[in-house]
Design a binder for this molecule. Structure first.
Ligand code: NAD
Ligand code: DAU
Length: 343
């Protein structure tokens, strides 16, 4: 039985990951350490919260004392660091919390893992969940160019700069101490439990309520979309089969323009395209992301299972059947509930 410390496990990808892992293996104990910011929601884990293999600890990855206590009291074999501030628009308005959580928080986790594991870390792992945004942007007119693991890091937003900073600190632990680090860099995810500030759930929710759909700039920016369970499976594959000190890109070879996704959602919901409203562009907006996932496919035999056409329909239907979840997160009801139950 391996004890895995999952940070940020109550957010979008972390909660999907915990549910997925507890479904596919019996051989793990999960400790979910999450500060329950606006993006973290215990409701995302209601299906497994009473599972004997699951334990929740509320707290901040920047809190040295608490992180140290967690390491001393729980025989941690692996850390998977999902915890982060994740929304690019928020980072443009308020960068400092991004630098604090994403860079300092990662540093606190690393130093405590290293201190606890001592020199005996050959069977331990520290996996940093990173993003394709660290590479910056790609030309739109040459689709043969994609991000590889060797593409230079050239982030543009405070969010992606903070994730790049974190990646550099993680990599430095391998370069300096041969500490058993792994880094995954994934493209845009979609699926259940994504906070409705991000494009896909925001568009679904606004369309359902006949509200304007804000499209930044000309809407022709390109993202490379992957169903969240495929990302979870890639992380699990890298944790178990990845070579320490390595970076693995994760993506589904699925480049789509924002405006086309929005039209697709409107058509599925039978809502008019007149809801589309072009608004001022995001500052420093990256035009195109595209992942070359050859390394993880060839070396670790990971491949995405799901097709965008199928899973976007399931995702829209999930939000349709879970309108109460959306209303609750938007209204802040969960935040009140968290304040009452965890303080
Ligand atoms: P999210 O915003 O939905 O969830 C983040 C979680 O981290 C929340 O549960 C939040 O409460 C927690 N958290 C934030 N600050 C914390 C702190 N100081 N201490 C403890 N917990 C804290 O994010 P997500 O979309 O699930 O992303 C998870 C990870 O995956 C992030 O590291 C992100 O950079 C990365 N990533 C996301 C995507 C994507 O498309 N969403 C793609 C590639 C990589
Ligand atoms: O690429 C991986 C990244 O994907 C992750 O690292 C981030 O955590 C995650 O938030 C996501 O970042 P993006 O900025 O790509 O996602 P977002 O959903 O915010 O925006 C997707 C695209 O849609 C982007 O080009 C901006 C545009 N957009 C977004 C919103 C919220 C709009 O046009 N209108 C909107 O209202």
């Amino acid at each position: 039985m391996k004890n895995i410390l999952i940070t940020g496990g109550s957010g979008f990808i972390g909660s999907n990951f915990i549910e997925y892992i507890l479904k596919i293996t019996n051989d793990v104990k999960i400790i979910n350490f999450d500060n329950l910011t606006y993006a973290g929601n215990p409701e995302n884990l209601k299906n497994i919260e009473n599972d004997a293999r699951y334990k929740f600890i509320k707290g901040d990855i920047c809190d040295e004392e608490l992180v140290s206590k967690i390491f001393s009291e729980n025989n941690i074999d692996s850390v998977i660091n999902f915890a982060a501030e994740t929304h690019v628009d928020r980072s443009i308005h308020d960068p400092n919390i991004f630098i604090k959580t994403n860079v300092l928080g990662t540093g606190v986790l690393l130093s405590n893992a290293k201190r606890t594991w001592g020199d005996n870390f050959s069977d331990k792992r520290f996996l940093q969940v990173s993003t394709d945004e660290v590479y910056g942007t790609l030309p739109e007119d040459d689709k043969s160019i994609k991000f590889t693991e060797n593409t230079p890091l050239q982030p543009h937003s405070p969010y992606s700069a903070s994730k790049t900073g974190a990646d550099c600190v993680v990599q430095s632990y391998f370069d300096t101490y041969k500490f058993p680090t792994l880094i995954t860099r994934c493209s845009n995810n979609y699926g259940p439990y994504q906070f409705p500030e991000k494009l896909i759930p925001l568009i679904i929710n606004n369309a359902l309520n006949d509200k304007d759909l804000p499209i930044y700039g000309d809407g022709k920016q390109i993202r490379d979309w992957l169903f969240v369970e495929d990302h979870c499976d890639a992380i699990w594959t890298v944790l178990n089969k990845g070579k320490i000190g390595e970076v693995y890109n994760v993506g589904g070879d699925n480049e789509i323009m924002n405006i086309d996704i929005v039209k697709h959602i409107l058509d599925h919901l039978k809502k008019p395209h007149s809801l589309i409203t072009y608004v001022k562009d995001r500052l420093g907006h990256d035009r195109r992301y595209a992942i070359d996932a050859a390394k993880i496919k060839n070396e670790l035999e990971w491949t995405p299972k799901y097709k965008f056409e199928d899973k976007i329909k399931d995702t829209i239907d999930w939000y349709l059947s879970n309108s109460e979840w959306i209303n609750n997160v938007i209204s802040g009801e969960y935040q009140n509930w968290i304040d009452k139950n965890y303080k």
